[in-house]
Design a binder for this molecule. Structure first.
Ligand code: URP
Ligand code: ZN
Ligand code: ZN
Length: 471
């Protein structure tokens, strides 16, 4: 068994920072050691490999709980990162755990969806991975299947108030799925946008010839995210089920989450870097390909309406619990399908590689502490999605998923330098400070001094426990 001592760095956990050495034995963290202790000195004299982390932050590997790799979004468009390329890009960015989705489409079975997705991911991933269920057809049999897959370690399910005719569930279906979640201990994740009203606005706009990318945003107004978020919270309250709002983008939605949490409800929400950085004015309201490249749902919001500031504030105050990426990249050939009609553009942006760096700017600008950064990107997502004790913490017994992060390196994000399988970047030209230098996944080096040494296929499937904060 390989033994390593990561020495001279600053260990950052969600609870705070400390100067400490980290002893890794095999796949696990064995001890956190005072660097001046006799124990540290004796380990240094022994035959452990010594990893010099002087000047670096020693972080728990990032946990990205919302990604879509090789997702056939439409018959014409499959998201462009495979399980191999997407998890490799994740590792480059310091993320050592991802959770993707098994998608049960209308008319298909939950069991088949799970088996098919497990087979697609099997032997492909570079870092460890788990699955949620994305539920597109709630009925007696699919709810029965949910009970068994929760026991098998798929302990969260996503429902959709958007995308009528595809993934949409009506309020009755949502209530039934929430009741099932309450019984089983699963966590319901909600895509909270009022899809029925959005489709009316969309059809009215396109009938008037309003088909450019910005109309994707204008026909999905923030009020309809706020309304759906409120409705999801009330339905979850009736079902006595906990609730996790995915990809929250708008002040109106956050207000509902805050109100529910203030009432003591088990309501959590994530946002994504695109809603913190990119905007309707600067990115969606652009002609041709530039505009459609930035189509995602919920849409990028107008900076002028204050959403971005509200979300940063929510991260500070813990009204927002998690930052995930909703990584769902498409190359220009697919994005271009909607240049003349936004409805034909596959929805989604790529960002699996940049989450830690983008959120680190919150630290650089004094919005977030180092501990809060780690909490949002690693510790709380691990705890909410049943990976407590294994992922998201530098602690004895946890998997040795460890990132050595240089907080001083300045670099510029863009398609020429990223490792994601996308021929453009939603983040082109954004300058950031801080970058992953070395990454260990279960004790094994996968990136060393900015060189890839890990191989796709080594990542392990994670059967997850029930969410820690809800037990
Ligand atoms: O535009 C997005 N968000 N694409 C991925 C699918 C989803 O709704 O999360
Ligand atoms: Zn969604
Ligand atoms: Zn998504």
């Amino acid at each position: 068994m390989t033994t390593r001592l990561i020495t001279g760095g600053t260990v950052v956990n969600a609870t705070g920072t400390t100067r400490a050495d980290v002893l890794v034995e095999g796949e696990r963290i064995a001890a956190i050691v005072d660097p001046d202790s006799a124990l540290a000195a004796s380990v240094r004299r022994g035959d452990s490999e010594i990893v010099d982390a002087a000047g670096l932050l020693v972080l728990p590997g990032g946990v990205d709980v919302h990604v879509h790799l090789q997702l056939p979004m439409t018959p014409e468009a499959t998201s462009s990162d495979t399980f191999a390329s997407g998890t490799t890009a994740a590792a480059w960015g310091g993320t050592t755990t991802i959770i993707d989705f098994a998608g049960q489409r209308l008319g298909s079975s939950v069991r088949d969806a799970v088996e098919a997705r497990l087979a697609e991911a099997q032997g492909q991933c570079l870092v460890d991975y788990g699955l949620h269920l994305a539920m597109g057809d709630v009925h007696d049999q699919s709810l029965k299947d949910v009970r068994s897959i929760v026991e098998e370690g798929i302990t969260s399910l996503k429902l959709f108030m958007a995308y009528p005719g595809a993934w949409y569930s009506d309020d009755g279906q949502i209530l039934r799925a929430m009741q099932c979640a309450a019984d089983t201990g699963a966590l319901v994740m909600m895509h909270a946008e009022n899809g029925i009203a959005i489709d009316v606005l969309r059809d009215q706009a396109t009938a008037l010839g309003r088909t450019t990318a910005v109309w994707h945003g204008r026909t999905r107004p923030a009020e309809l995210e706020g309304e759906a978020t409120y409705r999801a919270i009330q339905l979850a309250s009736v079902a006595a089920a906990p609730l996790y709002i995915v990809h929250l983008s708008a002040t109106e939605a956050l207000e509902q989450v805050v109100a529910a949490r203030d009432r003591g409800r088990n309501v959590f929400a994530e946002t994504c870097p695109q809603y913190l950085y990119l905007s309707l004015e600067e990115h969606l309201d652009q002609p041709g390909l530039d505009g459609v490249r930035h189509i995602c749902s919920p849409p990028l919001r107008p900076r002028g309406d204050g959403h971005h500031d509200t979300l940063w504030n929510g991260l500070r105050t813990d009204d927002l619990s998690v930052v995930s990426t909703d990584h769902c990249p498409f190359c220009d050939a697919e994005k271009r399908l909607g240049v003349d009609d936004f409805r034909l553009t596959p929805n989604g942006l790529g960002g699996i590689e940049h989450r830690l760096d983008l959120l680190h700017q919150g630290v650089v600008h004094g919005e977030l502490s180092l501990a809060r950064w780690v909490d949002l990107c690693s510790t709380t997502p691990a705890r909410l999605f049943g990976l407590q004790g294994r992922k998201g913490t530098i602690a004895p017994g946890a998997d040795a998923d460890i990132v050595l992060y240089d907080p001083t390196v300045e670099h510029v994000l863009g398609a020429d330098t990223h490792h994601m399988h996308i021929d453009h970047s939603a983040w082109e030209g954004i300058a950031v400070t801080g970058r992953t230098r070395t990454v260990f996944s279960r004790g094994e080096p996968v990136i060393v001094d900015r060189e890839l040494v890990g191989r796709p296929g080594r990542g392990r499937y994670l059967q997850r426990a029930l969410s820690e904060p809800l037990r």
